[in-house]
Structures are given as structure tokens and as C-alpha cells.
Design a protein around this ligand. Structure first.
Ligand code: BG6
Ligand code: GLC
Length: 833
């Protein structure tokens, strides 16, 4: 490390230069020697040394670079975190690009590429003809300062004008084409087709654009051109476009890097790490906007006086500090500032400063690249300096070349450090010891500087020896990638349209729902009346449950729960009084399909077998416990412990059960087994069990709703309305069996062809229409989280005068069955006395 760590210190007096070896060990600082270099080493050597000393702060050792890499890793984490993002300088912007090209992209696209050194409009044709190929036609347009630093409206109208001109020249005006917009500035995106500009960077500064949606500004400007029809479908950063361009040729490409007018990188991040976007599955491309690294002072120890001076003279002081140490817009100017200072201090050009050297922007990146060329470098340097009226000696030229090398070397080093951080993150995300990956690269500095690529690759490989990196130059700019993204967006938009069309019949208007409500009301009343009850599709079955729990229930009960997703046997211990509580023990048993659809005897023998296992398991085989039977099928009851199965529903179809009393069948099966005895006190539907379970917690509960394997509801009805049960006093719970709603065709207007297909493929064809209709499967699978919200909101809308609390039954209906059993047992005992 030599020169960097041990400090060589310069003293300059008039045109004579001295340098000193500063003995670090001495706390007081002892001058160990003082030499006139022109005499000691010869002039040229001395000047080389001087520049090394002068710019030693710009030479970064691998240790420093590893430190920068670690700092950038921390910045990435900060940018990705929901709470830390607002104060993060590296914004880690989600791009809404979720996959790399897969070869299925095809079509004819337009693209606009704005924000690099050149602005162009393009037509990209992507073929999917067995071999992946694409065709690209483009036209460059100038970006005059008055356009890119004028008003936003003018800028977008200029872009639209250029696109229209391009379409004219390519004879595309008659076509409706999708467009991908490469916009190389930091934009906050919430979807692919929009992006709010966070701040201008580089040489752009149009008024009134920051904080607004750039894609919609472009759309508005395009709408003014009545002769073209362009659909702005996707907006991407140039890094993302570059990654996609390279990804088309190399599927391993998962990083996009720009080293041009500005610098930036994107990479594929795991969704689970991106707090700002919903969802944990898969990956999404993150535009790091690493140009802003250091804007919070994180790199202040590495920035030199020249970096600070350059920043102060820029369009955006204090911003994009990392970019200002790296990208081509600034490197020439950094070199100029260094040369100016060295000249003023007499180290160059005999101390004679020219007006050109004093002028901002006079040295550009192209000059730096030319001066660093292998063979012609020295003569190029002489020419360039002469053009700046500097009359350089050969030594001056060598010195200036050194300055260029140091500045561009630092740029490559810093870029390598940040890239190494991204590569390490990718490797760690994939939990690999060794990562093999491709980095897609673009940008004028990387493409035109003679040594830059080699230097960059070398340092990256040194910093991350456990990554095998392929650096793939983007041959066709970022627009081909933008077209790829647009192709995917286009396909998705077309798919979305198709899906919307398919789903349209599933979308029920409020008016339709009101109609359904009225029809249901009619059916409920139909089911309650003596004359119509027989033919009613909504059976309105009396349950003989006349009250909800009152807290005095107690004892040990068995419960069976048959008819939901699981068959369960439960032991429920209820305590009353001050230590009121319910403790439950349960076991789930499988009911094989052949049993569900075998004979009734087999089904009930199996149930008794499960009860036996449970009693054995709980060690209570000898106890003759009261049992409540949740039987989630339509049963016509004559009392609380008598239930005749009206008809099987859901997946059940055991023979010889319909029209039979299921309690009797259970009793007989227990008798057949002849191993234990049980006191079957109550048979209840799952809706009733659920209402009771919730009623134990909330005495206001008077409706039980099931939306599961099947769907049904029960509620407390006034006895006077229940014509088929004697008595007019009080209330009784009615099991509506609303699943049969529509079996008479009354809601055929809302049944889709899919409902009919499901019906035709079901066990109980033309029965239970509303079981299928009211609960589309889709709600249960991927969207089940919103089911309860939609349910509650719709109920509110359709029954505005009812204030409804929805209470989830945490314990299932078994607890309710036990509570009913407890009540029935109590009443039974009272009756016996
Ligand atoms: C071009 C890309 O090739 O490179 C642009 O198409 C990108 O999208 C540009 O912005 C970056 O390089 P430069 O040197 O033009 O800034
Ligand atoms: C600037 C922009 C960034 C872009 C980069 C390269 O850093 O902010 O969006 O990717 O330049 O063009």
C-alpha cells in the first residue's frame, strides 16, 4: 500500500517542488528528509510521484473497497425496509418487473429511450418463431438544453413530436402500437405503467415534473397527436431495460448496470425482502438508484476537495454524490479541477493557467478516454491540452495522463465495490457458496473507455472471489429490454381482458343482489308455511332448540361433528358459575371415500369405531356419557334427538340413510358393536352448533352461518311463524337448509355456465344450486382473506337497518352441540322428575 498509508507530504514553493517522508511513528511528526526531486530522480519521475502523492486520497485499496462494499450492503437493507426506506438515500425502487424474458415474447413495439447521453425512438420487433430473434430500427434526436431544462410540458411534447416523426419515417402511423418507455431517472412505481419522478439527476432539470407521473405526462402529450395511436404500457429505468436486453440472450442475467452519463444498477431481489410491495412469492427487479449513495455523508471520508468543488458547481448540489465520483458526466470535470489546481500550484504547464482550463465543462469524458488510449494516448493528450491553450511539455502530458488514470481507476473501483455488494446479496439470497451469474452492462464510459471494462472486471473478481461473473455488454441499448417488458405487459393486459370477460357473469350488481334477497325471503316464508312446506326448496327445518345457553350448563359431554371438512370426536367439559369455562379434547378421524359412498351400516359402524378409538385414547371407555351429534346435513326433526335425513349433500352418498333417523342408526351401530353405551341426547345441524358456540360467548347471537365445504344458515324464529310445530310462545331455531335455494330455477338468471357444469359433475345433480353459487371456490382458495370483508360489506348494504356483529366460531360447532346436549339433558332430567 506504501504511498497511500504512509503519508508523503508535499511542499510547494513557487515552481520548485519538494516532498517529504513523514515518519508516522513520531507523534510530533518528524521530517525525515527533504529532497528536491528534480535533482534526485529526474524531472519526469518526480512528477509521477508528485501526482501519486497529490491524489493519494483517490487511490482506494482493496480494504477500503471492501469497506465501501459493506457500507453499500447496509444501504440496500435500509432501502428495502418499510420503516427505514423513508430516510434511506439508496432508494431501492421496485420496478414491477417480476421475471426475465423467457423467449415467449413476441410482437411489434415502439420504445422511447430518454435520459442517457442520447435520446432515441425505436421500433422493436420480437419474433417467437422457434429461434429467438429481434429486429431494431431507431432514430436519434437531439436533446437541446432548453428542452431538458425548460418546462415539463415542453419536454414531453418534444418527446411526442419526435416519436410521431419517427413513426412517420417508418410508415407506422396507421398502426396501434404498444410502447415501452425507458426513462433513466429515479421513479417511484406502484405498477409497471406509471412512475412518479422523485428527482431529476444528471443534466436534466425540467420544471414541474418532479413528484408527477411521467408515463401519464407522456400519454397526455401523445394524445395531442391525433394521427398516431400509441399505448404507453410500461415504464422502465435504463438499468432494468439493460438487464432485460441482456436477459434475452443470456437467461442467467439478473443484474443491469449502467456506467455512462450517470451510473446505476438493478438486480432481481426476493419478494419476501421487499417490504414496499405486497406478496412474498418470487422475485422482482429492484432499481437501486445507487447514484445517491453517500448523499447522507456515508462516503464523506472518501470524497476529496475536488469532489466537493464539482458538486457545488453541479445542477443538483448535495445529490448523487456516488454518481459524481463515477459517471462520465462528471469525470472530465473532475480531471479539469485537478489540473487547474495543480497548474495554479505550479506543478503543471509552468504554472500558466489558460482561459479554457478555467472554463467548466471544457474537459469531457471523451477527452479522458482519448488521453488514456494505449498507443495514441500521449499524442492525444498533447493535442487536447494544446487545444486548451496549455502548451504542455512531455512531462506535463504524462502527468495529465496519470491524473486521468487515477480518476477513472477510482470510478471503476467504486463501481466494482457496489456491484460486489449486489453480487454478494444475490449469492446470499440464493444460499449458495458460489454464485454463477451474468451482469448486463451499458453506458458510454464502459463502452468507450479503453481500459475501464478490464479494470472493473478485475476488481470485481478480486472483491468477490466466490462469484463467477459474466459481464455482458448490451449491444442494442436498453430499449430492446423495454420492449420485452412491454411484451409481457401486453400479454398480461390481453389476458386480463379475457379473464374479465369470463368473470363478468360472476360480478353481481347490488340490484341483482336485492332481487336475490327478495327471492330468498319468499322461499323462507314458503318453507315455514304448512301448505307449501312440502314443495319448498328451502326446507326451514325446526331444530327443537328453543334457547341459547344461559351459563348454567355444566358436566362432561361427548360430541360428534360429521359433515364438514373433518370428522371429529370431542370430549367437552363445561363448568358453570364463577369458574365458568369450557375445555375441549378432540381427535380428527378420516372418513374414506368408499365409506362416505358405501352403505349406511358401514358408515355408522365406522363412526362408532372412531368413537371407540377416542374413548380408548381418552381412557373413558366405561363412562356412559351424554352425546350431542352435529350432523351437517338436512334432517327433519320430530324432537331434539330424532332426525330423519332428508337427503345427502356435499360428498356423502351412503345408501339406506335417506328417510331414516340418523340417531337410530347411530344407536344401532353402537348396539352392533356391543362394547360401550352412550346416551344420545341431541342431534344438531352445524349451523345450530355454531350459533350455540358463539351464543355461549355473546347472548345476542341468534344466527349461525356456515361457509365451508357447504353453506347453510340457521336463526331463531318466532314460534308463531313456524306453522308445522305446535305452540306460539317463544322462539325456535330454524335450520333453513338454504343450500337448496334455486333448485326450482328461481335464480337461474344468475347461474353461469360454470355453475351448471359444476352442478352436472356433482353427486347431487340439480340439487343444492346455491351451495355452489353463493361461495365460488375461488373465494376460498386464493382470495379467502377477503371473503369475510365482502360478506360483511354486502350485508350492510342489503340490510342497512340491521346492526350486525360477525363473530367467528373459534371452537367449531362441537362445543355448541355439547351445550345443546347439556341443556337438553337438564330439561330431560327436570321432565323425568
Ligand atoms: C444506452 C441505453 O445504450 O445507454 C440508455 O439505451 C442508457 O437507456 C444509456 O441510458 C446509458 O449510457 P449513456 O452513456 O448514454 O448515459
Ligand atoms: C442516474 C439516474 C438513474 C439512471 C442512471 C444511469 O443515476 O438517476 O435512474 O439509471 O443515471 O443512466
Amino acid at each position: 500500500m506504501g504511498l497511500c498509508e504512509s503519508a508523503w507530504v508535499l511542499r510547494v514553493s513557487s515552481h520548485r517542488v519538494f516532498f517529504f517522508w513523514y515518519a508516522q511513528e513520531s507523534s510530533a511528526g518528524v521530517w525525515a528528509g527533504m529532497v528536491d526531486p528534480t535533482q534526485w530522480w529526474g524531472h519526469r519521475k518526480a512528477l509521477e510521484v508528485i501526482q501519486w502523492l497529490y491524489l493519494y486520497h483517490m487511490r482506494l485499496s482493496d480494504d477500503v473497497l471492501l469497506d465501501v462494499m459493506a457500507r453499500f450492503q447496509a444501504e440496500m437493507v435500509k432501502g428495502l425496509g418499510r420503516d427505514t426506506n423513508p430516510t434511506a438515500t439508496v432508494k431501492m425502487l421496485p420496478s414491477f418487473v417480476r421475471s426475465l424474458p423467457d423467449g415467449s415474447e413476441k410482437g411489434d413495439f415502439l420504445a422511447v429511450d430518454l435520459g442517457g447521453s442520447q435520446f432515441r425512438a425505436l421500433e422493436v420487433k420480437v419474433f417467437n418463431d422457434g429461434r429467438q430473434s429481434s429486429q431494431l430500427e431507431s432514430k436519434f434526436y437531439p436533446t437541446p438544453k432548453e428542452v431538458i431544462q425548460g418546462s415539463g410540458a415542453e419536454l414531453f411534447s418534444y418527446v411526442a413530436d419526435c416519436l410521431s416523426d419517427f413513426m412517420e419515417s417508418r410508415n407506422l402511423k396507421h398502426k396501434k402500437l404498444p410502447l415501452g418507455f425507458t426513462f433513466s431517472f429515479p421513479c417511484k412505481q406502484t405498477e409497471l405503467e406509471e412512475g412518479v419522478l422523485l428527482s431529476w439527476t444528471k443534466h436534466f432539470k425540467a420544471r414541474g415534473v418532479q413528484g408527477t407521473d411521467v408515463a401519464s405526462s407522456l400519454r397526455k402529450a401523445l394524445q395531442k397527436h391525433k394521427d398516431i395511436d400509441v399505448d404507453v404500457l410500461a415504464m422502465v429505468n435504463d438499468t432494468v431495460g439493460t438487464m432485460m436486453t441482456c436477459g434475452y440472450d443470456d437467461p442467467r442475467c439478473e443484474v443491469g448496470l449502467i456506467i455512462g452519463t450517470g451510473t446505476n444498477a438493478c438486480y432481481m431481489e426476493e419478494m419476501r425482502h421487499i417490504d414496499l410491495v405486497e406478496g412474498d412469492e418470487g422475485r422482482m427487479c429492484i432499481n437501486t438508484e445507487w447514484g445517491a449513495f453517500g448523499d447522507d455523508g456515508a462516503l464523506d471520508d472518501l470524497r476529496t476537495e475536488f469532489d466537493r468543488e464539482l458538486d457545488l458547481g453541479s445542477l443538483n448540489p448535495g445529490k448523487q454524490l456516488f454518481e459524481k465520483m463515477i459517471s462520465s458526466l462528471y469525470l472530465g470535470e473532475l480531471v479539469r479541477l485537478i489540473l487547474l489546481k495543480m497548474t495554479k500550484e505550479g506543478l503543471l504547464f509552468n504554472g500558466k493557467v489558460s482561459a479554457a482550463l478555467l472554463t467548466k465543462g471544457k474537459i469531457e469524458m471523451k477527452h479522458v478516454s482519448a488521453m488514456e488510449k494505449y498507443k495514441e494516448g500521449l499524442s492525444n493528450t498533447k493535442e487536447i491540452l494544446t487545444e486548451l491553450n496549455l502548451f504542455p511539455s512531455e512531462d506535463d502530458c504524462i502527468a495529465v495522463q496519470h491524473v486521468c488514470t487515477i480518476v477513472s481507476f477510482r470510478s471503476a473501483n467504486l463501481c466494482a465495490a457496489a456491484l460486489a455488494a449486489i453480487l454478494t446479496r444475490l449469492r446470499e439470497n440464493k444460499k449458495l457458496l458460489r454464485l454463477r451469474t451474468t451482469v448486463g452492462i451499458d453506458g458510454g464510459l464502459y463502452k468507450t473507455h479503453p481500459q475501464y471494462p478490464k479494470r472493473l472486471h478485475k476488481v470485481v473478481r478480486r472483491l468477490v472471489p466466490n462469484c463467477d461473473v459474466r459481464f455482458l455488454l448490451s449491444q442494442s441499448g436498453s430499449a430492446k429490454g423495454a420492449a420485452m417488458v412491454t411484451a409481457v405487459a401486453y400479454r398480461l393486459a390481453a389476458q386480463r381482458k379475457q379473464i374479465d370477460a369470463v368473470l363478468a357473469p360472476f360480478v353481481l350488481s347490488l340490484e341483482t343482489l336485492r332481487d336475490v334477497k327478495n327471492k330468498m325471503r319468499t322461499e323462507l316464508e314458503y318453507g315455514l308455511k304448512r301448505e307449501t312446506q312440502d314443495r319448498a326448496t328451502v326446507k326451514m327445518l325446526p331444530t327443537y332448540v328453543c334457547g341459547t345457553p344461559d351459563g348454567t350448563e355444566k358436566g362432561k359431554y361427548l360430541a360428534l361433528d360429521l359433515g364438514g371438512t373433518n370428522f371429529r370426536v370431542l370430549l367437552v367439559k363445561i363448568r358453570s358459575g364463577r369458574r365458568r369455562s369450557v375445555r375441549m379434547y378432540n381427535k380428527i378421524f378420516a372418513i374414506p371415500l368408499e365409506i362416505m359412498q358405501g352403505t349406511g351400516e358401514e358408515l355408522f359402524d365406522h363412526i362408532v369405531q372412531c368413537i371407540a378409538d377416542f374413548l380408548e385414547y381418552m381412557g373413558i371407555k366405561g363412562a356412559r356419557l351424554p352425546l350431542g351429534f352435529t350432523f351437517s346435513f338436512p334432517c327433519r326433526q320430530a324432537s331434539i334427538d330424532k332426525g330423519t335425513l332428508v337427503g345427502w349433500t356435499k360428498g356423502f352418498k351412503a345408501t339406506d340413510c335417506e328417510g331414516e333417523d340418523v340417531v337410530d342408526m347411530l344407536r344401532e351401530a353402537i348396539r352392533r358393536r356391543n362394547e360401550f353405551d352412550l346416551d344420545i341426547v341431541a342431534v344438531v345441524n352445524d349451523t345450530v352448533g355454531t350459533m350455540m358456540t358463539c351464543g355461549y360467548e355473546d347472548p345476542n347471537c341468534e344466527i349461525g352461518l356456515i361457509a365451508g365445504t357447504g353453506s347453510n344458515v340457521c336463526y331463531m324464529e318466532d314460534m308463531k311463524n313456524i306453522e308445522i310445530v305446535e305452540g306460539n310462545e317463544g322462539k325456535m331455531c330454524i335450520n333453513t337448509e338454504w343450500g337448496g335455494f334455486g333448485d326450482n330455477g328461481c335464480i337461474d338468471n344468475i347461474r353461469t355456465k360454470y355453475d351448471k357444469e359444476v352442478d352436472e359433475g356433482s353427486l347431487n345433480i340439480k340439487a343444492k344450486v346455491s351451495d355452489q353459487k353463493s361461495i365460488p371456490r375461488i373465494l376460498f382458495s386464493s382470495f379467502s382473506f377477503s371473503f369475510s370483508r365482502v360478506l360483511q360489506e354486502t350485508v350492510k348494504e342489503l340490510a342497512p337497518r340491521c346492526d350486525v356483529t360477525f363473530m367467528l366460531s373459534e371452537d367449531g360447532s362441537g362445543k355448541g352441540a355439547a351445550l345443546i346436549t347439556a341443556v337438553a339433558k337438564r330439561l330431560h332430567n327436570i321432565g323425568q322428575k
